[in-house]
Design a protein around this ligand. Sequence first.
Ligand code: ADP
Ligand code: ZN
Ligand code: ZN
Length: 728
Amino acid sequence: MYYRCIVDVANSNVDKLFDYSSDQDIEIGTRVLLPFGNRTIQGFVLDKKDSTDVDKTKIKSIIRTCDPYPIILPDLMKLMHFMVEYYHLRYIDVIKLIVPNVIRSDKVKSQISVECTLNDDNIVQEYLKHVRKNATNVFRTISYLQQNGKENIVNLNKMFSSSTIKKLIGDQIIITTSSIKNRLVHQPAQENKIQLNDTQKQIVDTICNSASKTYLLHGVTGSGKTEVYMNIIKQKLADGKGAIMLVPEISLTPQVVKNFTAKFGQNIAVLHSGLSLGEKYDEWKRIFNGEARVVIGARSAIFAPVHNLGCIIIDEEHDSSYFSESNPRYHTHKVAEYRAKTCDCPLILGSATPSVESYHNAMTGQYALLEMPVRINNLPMPTIEIVDMCKAFRNGNTSIFSQEFLGELQNTIEHNEQCIVFINRRGFASFLMCRQCGYIPKCTECDVSLVYHKRDNELKCHYCGKRFHNINVCPVCGSHEIKLGGVGTERVVQELKEHFPNVPIYRMDNDTTRTKNAHGKILEEFGSHHPSILVGTQMIAKGHDFPDVTLVGILDADLSLFFNDFRATEKTYQLVTQVSGRAGRSKKSGKVILQTFFPKNYVYRFVANYDYKGFFQKEDNLRMVTNFPPYSNMIRILITSEDDDKAKLVSHNFFMKLKELRQNRPKDFYFLEGMKSPITKIQNKHRYQIVLRVVDNFEIIDKIYNIEKEVRDSKVSVFIELNAQNLS
Ligand code: ADP
Ligand code: ZN
Ligand code: ZN
């Protein structure tokens, strides 16, 4: 038999199928050891056949299989071929998603736990008769085990002589049993028994009893979507199937995991970037072995090796983390849709603020729309008060807080309740500026201004992480008048402390959540203090359920509105609605103070009225007349290199060929432009980009990928991003 194999080497030149022979019958998807050049390397069997075109004398044989079973499941095999074709990815890059490094490298092993017990009492007594009276180690060890029944071998070795224990095991007086010990412990939790309401029941029934398709579950914040997800999964488990639920990385809080453990016990596995290698290894193996059938994870968990998949859920489906923006680039919805189809299982996209594209798909019948328009127990949505900061400024208020916000906050504190304050910038000031000459300190590696961090008294680049000394004197003109511009989380905390010195205030942003579990600890602290205030970036917008939060302050809603991005309005709508949704989630009603310099902007009107449909119609219409997605596919081609001239040349060549393509197919193109990226340099790499909007069909996209092959240069990286999210 001949086997077509991919070698585990990340090099485009060898990313093709090589023919090998073997007398063994090897299944597709199996990991194998292969002779390659004069090396032995790992590879994967992707295909098998009876004959080969390669010269038989040159064909080498597979050395051996690495595992006694295929490590790539059949449905993931199909998914791999799809991604390689659709996104023009290398096989090996997709295999790395499906079989993560920690599994391929064989460096991490399962942790084995060995329990020691004594053999039958008769045998032990008989044995003791023949032991010398001064062999105290033997007597003490046996006596310990007689009293305690069993003990882990590691502990036993610490307490007694290990050579004695070894001998007792050899003489079969101590009996050992080994088992795999999971490094990640899912603490058992008490299930909160909840009776589904009629809407929830209906939705669960619809999804579980209809033919598989993609559903868009549009449910307002606090409508009980999580309970719906868990009940669908429960039914799938009862049918002998497994499930994958994806959430944005930062919503993978202990709270969510606890809810799932309470319902599904040790049947869950968690996959996210915060796990240690050992933990990741164990979780993956538990899924692969079928011990854990419910996977909760961030984006890449869509590749989890769940057998007999019964449903895929993408929670907060509008979240931008579902786009992979580094190699291999892919869109989770697309990948999930393909996998769900292969497994003939439903895909459920859930959100309080669906992306315009997904809602459009629901309107045009590609997705089935399911709605949960009211909160659990008919709780009212929090009222949103829009505060005009221009007016406040004209009336002499130059502070970052409006009178309305401070008044409400005072009230909240007096009632021993909690408040969440949102500002979408970390650090203290987002830039410094010399008042005399206008100098702004910038990163030396990137074309961006530096952010002032007060606690560290440093300037930091938020793109590459490089740190610089703070400046008190302008290096250009020598002036001492350095102004702090743009308020960040650190400054908000400081100013709140001045107003409310006795209230605990917590900060949650990228700076305070670097360490493992920091995120969960901050939320726990905040949740257990009354009154208390939590200040944070968009991290605080996601899925948290604190019953005593009655006030949400949105300090600068406009920040995301003026991003140079056609999705800016949509993102603002989503962010403000999600943050507002943290208020009033139990019996106490909630209030939101939304500060803006543009109170008349239509997005805020729709937000304040909770009018998603109205917002969608306006936005969708705008996209239609301007040919933006979902009415086209927006593609960004990002060209970067340390060598500016080479990057320029590649972008020029690429652009000219695209122009030629447009001439031949004018109807397929809506827009084509080449330019420097808005950020012209990151980490010393010069950046150019070509942005185009084309009809959304595979053929034209394929042609664009093929141009890349013609203009390639080894010193230049070219990334083609379909459905581009980020244009900076
Ligand atoms: P969403 O994800 O839609 O924002 P959640 O699923 O977090 O909403 O639900 C909000 C709160 O309502 C949670 O505390 C949840 O336990 C509770 N809940 C959900 N369904 C019910 C129900 N049928 N009866 C009572 N409480 C419920
Ligand atoms: Zn100056
Ligand atoms: Zn930088």
